[in-house]
Design a protein around this ligand. Structure first.
Ligand code: SF4
Length: 458
């Protein structure tokens, strides 16, 4: 078994039996679901909206080269700079070079999963640059030294009491602050950070090819502050985030908002089209967009898996996933958790190390049913399993186990060879360890089907 898989199994076992963890997650996910059920009423025909969104993303991903080049042309015409990064190191080097050019000592950041993917914060810290997360959930995670738990709600696994304790321990905040007081306390700290920062870094929700701009969606206004006070704005994104036209936002903004947080539209939606012009009063002096591949072209090259590039990172598939509900976000030990994480992580970080994630699914299809861009997530999980078998990623014992299982299941004489008691004993002997102490094994009937058939006198 691969090391990552061992860690995953062990962590899953611990988390799935941690009832306090489950209580907190189920509370948060229930709230999300209530909001989503209400928010989706904004669509008179949600099904058509999802199909249309899927078609737009399909067209875009099929012509990714064309749209990315169109974006680059339009964005650079207005003075913006585009940097292509094949892997995390190239993206990190590009950010560091800009920081050195600007003699930057401090960076403010808004929420961005791609920067988690390339491990930007520890990299900049190692180079003596202070990085401050400004999204409240991300700020909480940064204070506690943890990665985001969920792509939309990074600290959803923490209770308000835990957050108050964290602020008291780390920032010397008065003990027992209420959520509103914690927000005000954080605001006081962050306001000064925006003013002092040399560079603001944001993620990207959508790249807009026809106008060469970047659309960013957020609820706290922190991305706007990150891009207004510092003199330099760097936006980092995966290459799949592109949409053909600014007009597509009329569909994708509400889809993202309803599926991400149950809102009809997210509070702040901003389109950044480059650095400040001579006659303008706001905006940075320089704006860069870093386009990251990091395995996405591997997905593109696979005709079946390609549709996973349609993802708009709304997090809805995580919220409905029975596996995520039990093991939580950190157990995946990957930037992207839940069903979409299980689908794409093997392409981004290696099939051998992460194929086990595709097995962490009941294949109930709830993820596929909720996805706003209609990605066939559960089928892609099956596809990944198939790929991993073909690539011989499984262990020898697993292979032998399945061979024996197949042989026995296809042979009536073998199925009848022993009675239920012996079969139960064998199952216990072989699977007790992998099945775990907290689940009961299936019970074989005392008599075989043939014995029962004969007993009825047929
Ligand atoms: S796969 Fe679909 S549901 Fe899951 S995060 Fe992406 S867009 Fe949302």
């Amino acid at each position: 078994m691969h090391e990552q898989e061992k860690i995953f199994q062990e962590e899953s076992r611990i988390k799935a039996t941690d009832l306090e963890h489950r209580r907190k997650i189920n509370y948060s996910l229930t709230q999300s679901d209530i909001a989503f059920q209400k928010g989706k009423n904004v669509f008179s025909d949600l099904e058509s909206a999802r199909k249309r969104a899927k078609n737009i993303k399909w067209e875009t991903i099929e012509h990714l080269n064309k749209y990315l080049l169109e974006f680059e042309k339009k964005f650079t015409e207005r003075g913006g700079k585009v940097i292509w990064a094949e892997n995390p190191q190239q993206a990190l080097d590009a950010v560091l070079q800009i920081c050195k050019q600007k003699q930057a000592k401090s960076v403010v950041k808004s929420k961005s999963m791609v920067t988690e993917e390339i491990h930007l914060n520890p990299f900049l810290s190692r180079h003596g640059i202070e990085v401050v997360e400004t999204d409240l959930g991300e700020y909480i995670q940064q204070l506690s030294g943890e990665a985001p738990y969920h792509m939309v709600a990074p600290s959803m696994h923490k209770s308000r009491e835990e957050v108050a304790r964290l602020f008291h321990d780390k920032l010397n905040a008065p003990p027992g602050l209420a959520p509103e007081e914690l927000t005000l306390f954080t605001r006081q700290i962050l306001r000064q950070k925006y003013v002092d920062a040399d560079i603001g870094i944001t993620g990207v929700n959508f790249l807009l090819a026809d106008i060469g701009a970047v659309a960013v969606t957020e609820n706290e206004g922190n991305a706007r502050l990150c891009t207004s006070f510092p003199k330099t704005h760097i936006a980092i994104t995966g290459i799949e985030k592109i949409l053909p036209s600014v007009n597509d936002l009329a569909l994708f903004w509400p889809l993202l908002a309803t599926h991400g947080s149950g809102q009809q539209v997210t509070v702040y939606n901003t389109i950044f089209s480059g650095a400040r012009k001579e006659n303008e009063t706001d905006g940075p002096e320089d704006m860069y967009v870093i386009l990251l591949d990091n395995g996405r072209t591997n997905i593109l090259a696979d005709v079946t898996a390609r549709e996973s590039l349609f993802c708009i990172r709304c997090g809805a598939c995580l919220n409905v996933c029975p596996v995520f509900k039990n093991i939580g976000g950190h157990t995946y030990n990957a930037t992207y958790g839940g069903p979409i994480g299980s689908v794409i992580t093997p392409y981004l970080s290696g099939l051998k190390s992460y194929k086990h994630l595709s097995y962490a699914s009941s294949l109930c299809g709830a993820c596929t049913q909720v996805c706003p861009v209609h990605i066939n997530l559960h089928e892609l999980l099956l596809y990944n399993r198939n790929k991993s078998v073909k690539a011989h990623c499984g262990s020898r014992s697993e292979k032998i186990g399945w061979l024996l299982w197949k042989k026995a299941c296809l042979n009536r004489a073998m199925m009848n060879i022993t009675n239920g008691r012996i079969k139960n004993f064998m199952i216990k002997l072989l699977f007790r360890k992998s099945w775990g102490d907290n689940r009961s094994l299936p019970d074989f009937a005392p008599k075989t089907f043939n014995e029962l058939w004969e007993a009825t006198g047929q």
